[in-house]
Design a protein around this ligand. Sequence first.
Ligand SMILES: NC(=O)c1ccc[n+]([C@@H]2O[C@H](COP(=O)([O-])OP(=O)(O)OC[C@H]3O[C@@H](n4cnc5c(N)ncnc54)[C@H](O)[C@@H]3O)[C@@H](O)[C@H]2O)c1
Ligand SMILES: OC[C@@H](O)C(O)[C@H](O)CO
Length: 464
Amino acid sequence: MAAQSVWMHIGAGSFHRAHQAWYLHKLIEQGDDSWTIALGNVRDDARDLLERLAAQNGEYMLETVSPQGDRRYEKITSVRKVLKWDSEISELVKQGASEETRVIAFTVTEGGYYLTPEHELDSEQADIRADLKGEICTLYGALTRILKQRMAEGGAPVTLLNCDNLRHNGERFRHGFLSFLKAKEETALYAWVSRQTTSPNTMVDRITPRPTADVAERVKAATGMADRAPVMGESFIQWVIEDDFIAGRPALEKAGVELVDSVLPWEEAKIRILNATHSCIAWAGTLAGLSYIDESTREPAIRQMAWDYVSQDVIPSLTPGTLDLAQYRDVVLARFSNPYIKDTNQRVAADGLSKIPGMVTPTLIACYARGHEPRASAVLPALFFLFLRRWAQGQLPYEYQDGVMQPALMAALFASPDPLKAFTANEALFGELAHQPSFHALMKRTVARLEEWVEETTGQPLTA
Ligand SMILES: NC(=O)c1ccc[n+]([C@@H]2O[C@H](COP(=O)([O-])OP(=O)(O)OC[C@H]3O[C@@H](n4cnc5c(N)ncnc54)[C@H](O)[C@@H]3O)[C@@H](O)[C@H]2O)c1
Ligand SMILES: OC[C@@H](O)C(O)[C@H](O)CO
């Protein structure tokens, strides 16, 4: 029998339970239970869920639904330990220090890495400042605590695996973490992490909305299980990982994971075509008074914005490879239109301040670099500007969540005499384009055009 290995996951959100936990469950179903999951959270916002999961011994039902409406129910059995939260993250530290833990994976959202557009650690962020002083608000503070203990207990190597939607997610996380350790003057830990850990890049994909009460009702009706922690997602699933695990890994290929030398083509397609387009639809849908991604995608004008952005600006900016990008676009738009996935514009609109620089600005820059005015891509930041303006006016229909949002700074931006100019001149969002007059002119024209569209669509005048 193979030695028991633990995959510790930090970030007890819905996505981990619909994606990574499903793959490990598939291996267990095949008779290989040599790898199981220990699940915990950096922050106190998953306490209820962790308690409910613990009461079910980590088991829960996953409901998946296809674009045709076929629903499937699977009991996920890979989470074998639920790590209780406390302010010292003691259970995460104990589990993460143990040699049996060979992979520490995480999903802490796009905003959870605190990187500038130049991909440097943003030490100005309040959470980072707090963690540099020894608190635990971020993944970096948590890993520092966990890995220090691991080093003290023998220092067995471990893979640090980023499963968030971030371009070059392994590399960017690693650079952020090592910069954090340097700033914190953790010299010995810095040297140990450099030698004894790896951070493969990954591309993860499965649309996983926040579960609503009706998921539990359908689970009960279909399976009889009174599940207090069900999760639901689309039937589509994909995981591409660079095969660089320093302390071994599950036989993920047997569950359908693609293990590759470089995830670059997949992540470029995913981030620029799927994620950026998703946000475009969420911001536009919200401005048009719609609540869900599927209904927003089926709105012809919004679908056209998304289609034009991918077709006119993204595809010509990417190096042709083995992926059929036009087909990828069409599949993605079909997935977003799935009427059985009630994914909210609220969820997908989140974290725009990280998504614009990470997912959209590279396409804007690439277009200018090849002498093409990015008219279709400018629609995305222009929509986000109008969306943020609604936020500043207190007129969004829901709470906007953004990991890097500093409300006072944003409010000041919209109180300035020319908010659009201040927004477009923001280097953190637009890098070198922040100083380019032609980009400012393009944004002005695009915002004016979209204001007209919003007014026509909603029949309501917009207040500037
Ligand atoms: N939901 C999806 O469709 C999906 C698909 C692919 C990838 N992802 C990735 O997974 C992430 C999480 O998605 P989810 O659906 O699980 O979201 P969720 O809202 O259910 O969970 C978010 C998790 O991140 C943690 N978190 C948030 N900000 C943090 C911070 N600054 N520091 C530490 N922890 C923090 C929360 O405590 C929680 O555990 C996404 O942001 C994305 O990068 C999600
Ligand atoms: O664009 C929002 C993401 O959470 C998205 O649902 C996911 O990346 C799909 O895999």
